[in-house]
Ligand binder design. Structure first.
Ligand SMILES: [Zn+2]
Length: 76
């Protein structure tokens, strides 16, 4: 089992962590509400976890343009 991080805005793949390397605590899951976790995490049929997060450039873009938060996806 592994955890895959993708940018939820531009789809960039941001890395993969095998769960033998990281416990949930290290990933910051314990600071997320249960609802946040359920929205961000998707488990595929193979049991791998996919995390929808923001990459740095999208994070900056949304910080500068808060209304972009309302869009599901855009192209850089
Ligand atoms: Zn992005």
């Amino acid at each position: 089992m592994a955890i895959y991080y993708h940018c939820r805005q531009c789809g960039t793949e941001m890395g993969t962590i095998s769960t033998s390397e990281a416990k949930q605590r290290d990933l910051g899951f314990d600071v997320l509400s249960r609802q946040d976790q359920e929205e961000m995490m998707h488990v595929d049929q193979a049991g791998h976890v996919h995390m929808d997060i923001l990459c740095e450039s999208c994070h900056e873009a949304t910080a500068l343009n808060p209304e972009l938060h309302e869009q599901q996806r855009w192209v850089h």
